[in-house]
Design a protein around this ligand. Structure first.
Ligand SMILES: *[C@@H]1O[C@H](CO)[C@@H](O)[C@H](O)[C@H]1NC(C)=O
Ligand SMILES: *[C@@H]1O[C@H](CO)[C@@H](O)[C@H](O)[C@H]1NC(C)=O
Ligand SMILES: *[C@@H]1O[C@H](CO)[C@@H](O)[C@H](O)[C@H]1NC(C)=O
Length: 434
């Protein structure tokens, strides 16, 4: 007796929760609670249903099935199929049909406002060849207002056959579902030139595209693996693959028919989940400066920056324009830091803020600032600001500004040294009257 009551209690517990399966612990379909068993006269076929939450979730209350979406059940409530992740966000009107001689499933999918009962989206037809692909998008936004200034999407312009990474689990996605969509293009850098055109790096297509800022068309493509477009094969060093950080370098261009770009030729693609195989197109990664002749449509190698070969994690190397290494560092946290990555690294010139304030001053017209460049008092003009209040400041960019002298310029006596203050540049406002 005791044993029976224990089992009954256990079953009740399960019936109130979403369904659970042992080998597929990732799925939790809602259960059907059948109150009138299917009679012999019901039509044949399965039940196509798509439950969704009737109320919006709040921080304290969650509604609806945990895994909303299309389901196919049998009359005895056994699960046949679930869509979880084939359709996104919210699916309704889930049905089976025949289309072009094939059996297909279709469903509305989109967004849904539970309180009002409306939404927006589209109907998606799903057959056994259904595949997911990542549409790579970049946008330019006005930071102040959030206004969208420009948007470009890869699928509008680039066919998936330009991909280098195969549709294959572990490389760039299997395409079987939305969370494992095939990342055929993979934009990983965007630059903009003064003409308003963009340069994007498409890592998984091993190519760099110049995009028109006017209409989004592709002005040219530098094809790292020489798959297309280039008429004569470039020298081996001008090839690249799985690159990052493509940048316009117009100041390096020898003439108007040559466009110069720099990039980081990663030359390797890892495996995302340990099951795919790594791809290497060069023994090491390197920095490259490449020229594209837009008359002959040939690419050439201008300069390369080879890495420090020591096995290091998260390295940063600085070169001079001849390729000599000036500085190299990496992250070293022993066992805690194995495999640490850093992408990318920059050196940025420090900015120093110098402040001046002169108690009781009502006369100074302009404050001039000078860097003290020698210990006998040599100085270099840094800039000046009009006195508008008690404390004025000047942002100074550049190396080696350690001691600063401020000079007050009085009205009508322009240039006359009237008062001098030394202000230290360590962020602390410090006033020393001389
Ligand atoms: C998506 O597909 C991949 C590869 O087939 C699989 O490993 C993963 O479990 C799937 N994800 C979901 C949520 O079904
Ligand atoms: C670019 O190619 C054209 C056509 O081959 C050639 O005449 C021109 O000299 C090249 N430009 C440079 C800077 O090499
Ligand atoms: C360019 O190629 C030469 C051999 O032709 C090689 O020695 C050099 O390391 C290469 N440089 C880069 C950056 O790949």
């Amino acid at each position: 007796m005791k044993r029976i009551s224990f089992i009954a209690a256990l079953l009740t517990l399960f019936a109130t929760a979403d369904w659970q399966f042992v080998p597929r612990s990732d799925i939790a379909p809602p259960r059907l609670h059948i109150t009138i068993l299917a009679s012999k006269n019901v039509e044949s076929g399965y039940l196509f249903m798509a439950p969704f939450a009737g109320y919006p979730d709040t921080a304290f209350e969650q509604h609806g099935p945990r895994q909303a979406g299309p389901y196919i059940f049998r009359d005895d409530r056994e699960l046949i199929w679930l869509d979880y992740s084939y359709y996104s966000i919210c699916a309704t009107n889930f049905q089976a049909a025949r289309w072009k001689g094939r059996d297909v499933l279709f469903s509305f999918e989109g967004d849904h406002k539970p309180n009002y009962g409306y939404g927006h989206g589209h109907t998606t037809i799903c057959d056994e060849d259904q595949q997911w692909i990542v549409n790579a998008i970049f946008q330019e936004l006005d930071i102040e207002t959030g206004k969208l200034l420009f948007e470009w999407e890869s699928l509008g312009w680039v066919w998936p056959d330009e991909a280098v990474t195969p549709l294959n689990p572990g490389q760039a996605g299997s395409g079987h579902n939305s969370s494992d969509a095939w990342d055929y293009f993979h934009i990983n850098s965007v630059d903009k030139n003064v003409e308003g055109d963009y340069l994007i790096s498409a890592r998984d297509a091993c190519s760099v595209h110049k995009i028109s800022g006017t209409d989004g068309s592709i002005i040219w493509r530098l094809d790292g693996m020489q798959k297309l477009l280039l008429h004569t094969p470039p020298p081996p060093n001008a090839s690249f693959c799985f690159q990052h950080h493509a940048r316009f370098q117009p100041h390096l261009s020898p003439s108007s028919d040559v466009e110069v770009v720099s990039l980081y030729d990663n030359a390797a693609h890892g495996t995302e989940n340990g099951r795919g195989s790594e791809i290497h197109t060069a023994p090491t990664s390197s920095g490259k400066i490449l020229a594209l002749n837009t008359t002959s449509w040939t690419a050439s190698f201008i300069q390369g920056f080879n890495p420090r070969l020591a096995q290091t994690y998260g390295p940063l190397t600085e070169y001079d324009s001849l390729g000599n290494v000036l500085f190299h560092t990496y992250f070293d946290s022993g066992f805690l830091g194995l495999g640490v990555q850093n992408y990318p690294g920059f050196r940025r010139e420090g900015e120093t803020m110098v402040y001046v304030s002169c108690n009781g001053d009502t006369e100074t017209r302009v404050w001039r600032f000078y860097a003290v460049t020698g210990w006998v008092g040599a100085r270099r003009f840094l800039g000046e600001v009009e006195r508008k209040g008690f404390e004025m400041r000047l942002e100074v960019t550049g190396k080696g500004v350690r001691n600063v002298v401020a000079e007050a310029v009085l009205p009508g006596k322009s240039g006359k040294k009237d008062d001098r203050l030394v202000v230290q540049n360590d962020g602390q406002k410090q006033l020393i009257e001389l």
